[in-house]
Design a protein around this ligand. Structure first.
Ligand code: AMP
Ligand code: GLY
Length: 428
């Protein structure tokens, strides 16, 4: 079978790495891909916002299955487009209605309310109800959590304990701080706990739970400083033990799948549930309609069964008999970024040491491009290094050893990825 992966980041390189091992695979393509995917697949040029351009490539390369990496094409209706134009194409990714679980925070919260899925208390406001929003802020306790309703490239959430700042931010959001995405704002109760990323693959009826992961979002060690696209990840997560995951399944995953069915949403693809573990009780923070980045980089190497087979079954609505197999090893991913990221940083620096780093680890490309003779940096998050080991300590040691081989001007990475979990015991 011929497979096309849409996207160009570390997540897509990780999906390509795993799908490339699929028994039924004939040819693997990525659009547009990156220098890492180029080593294991054929990169196809094109703008992933242009569905017609994607269709041309699908026809030219006789693609059977398309896996959509990022959320934007899904929210823009890529599945619906191909359902109309290429009904035989198998697609991993929900339709536009399903993608609204990520595309609109208000829709997601209302969905959770309708199906009794635990989440933070909230209210939604617009510029017209700004006065009510200020009164609501006066009435609730800090910290205040303000969320732009629409997609804002992961930047649309503001958390502050300063009431004046909360009001100022809210006013700015209504006045277009995140463009149309913040025309509507969800204000919700702050959840105090530890976060977990749970990944589900569903065909709308049945589902399988992929390895869970934890990501490290802040630029600085001990979770200090600005938010980033993700500085590292770890899987499995010690507190996601059987008892906790049983609650996640019965209170969140199953009501989500049955809610989708009840609302006649034809969901075939990944559901990424961002949740908070509050003293052992899971609360849904958000849904994403794709895999997480940098979680995918840790999750993929732990799947020992054939992901391509699972994806094909999900896209065909035949997930029923599929069984996922998962390694008990721990995966630790550390992202090497450009100095200055997530603010101002330089690009175009030659990258050295990739071969040495790849000997015992997987090195995924994210923000790189091909230069004349060498790989160059081309973005904030440059490379993700993933190591597998028998426990967190072994995996992180391997990942950091591999990273010490990599160099480019102003390289930066956090040295504390997964440290906070080392002393957790995995209870079965
Ligand atoms: P979201 O885009 O909804 O995932 O929010 C981005 C990040 O903000 C989450 O990953 C959490 O770290 C944090 N966050 C979101 N909502 C809450 C909440 N209600 N309480 C505490 N932290 C939150
Ligand atoms: N790691 C969080 C995300 O992919 O949204």
């Amino acid at each position: 079978m011929n497979v096309l992966i849409i996207g160009s980041g570390g997540r897509e390189h990780a999906l390509a790495w795993k799908i490339a091992q699929g028994k039924q695979l004939k040819n693997l393509y990525c659009m547009p891909g990156n220098p890492g995917t180029k080593a294991i697949a054929t990169n196809l040029p094109g703008d992933i916002k242009d569905f017609r351009a994607i269709e041309e490539q699908i026809l030219a390369h006789d693609i059977n299955l398309m896996v959509v990496g990022p959320e934007n094409p899904l929210v823009d209706g890529i599945r619906d487009y191909f359902a109309q134009t290429q009904p035989n194409l198998l697609v991993v990714g929900p339709d536009k209605k399903g993608a609204a679980l990520e595309g609109s925070k208000e829709f997601a919260k209302e969905f959770m309310m309708r199906h009794n899925i635990p989440t933070a208390q909230y209210r939604t406001f617009t510029a017209e109800t700004e006065k009510d929003a200020f009164m609501y802020i006066d009435a609730i306790k800090p910290p205040y959590v303000l969320k732009a309703d629409g997609l804002a490239a992961g930047k649309g959430v503001i958390i502050t304990s300063d009431i004046e700042e909360a009001k100022l931010e809210l006013a700015e959001m209504f006045r277009g701080k995140f463009g149309a995405a913040s025309g509507k704002v969800v204000i919700e109760q702050y959840l105090d706990g530890i976060e977990l990323s749970v990944f589900v693959l569903t065909d709308g009826k049945d589902y399988m739970v992929l390895p869970e992961a934890k990501d490290y979002k802040r630029i600085g060690e001990h979770d200090q400083g600005l938010n980033t696209g993700g500085m590292g990840s770890v899987s499995p997560v010690p507190f996601a033990n059987q008892a906790f995951m049983a609650k996640v399944k019965s209170r969140i995953i199953e009501p989500t799948i049955s809610g989708l069915r009840a609302e006649k949403i034809d969901y075939r693809g990944f559901i990424f549930i961002g949740l908070m573990n509050c003293h052992g009780e899971p609360y849904t923070i958000e849904y994403n309609v794709r895999m997480g980045d940098p979680e995918t980089e840790s999750v993929m190497p732990r799947i020992t069964s054939d992901l391509l087979r699972h994806l094909t079954a999900a896209a065909k609505c035949e997930l029923g008999t599929e069984k996922i197999e998962i390694s008990s090893d721990t995966a630790v991913t550390v992202f090497a970024v450009s100095g200055g990221y997530p603010e101002h940083y330089g690009k175009g620096y030659p990258v050295c040491g990739l071969d040495a780093a790849s000997k015992e680890c997987i090195v995924y490309h994210a923000g790189t491009k091909e230069g004349d003779r060498q790989i160059l940096t081309s973005g904030g998050r440059v490379l993700a290094v993933t190591a597998l080991g028998k426990d967190i300590q072994c995996a992180r040691q391997k990942a950091y050893k591999a990273l010490s081989n990599i160099s480019y001007d102003k390289i930066y990475y956090r040295k504390d990825i997964a440290d906070d979990l080392i002393n957790y015991k995995v209870e079965q």
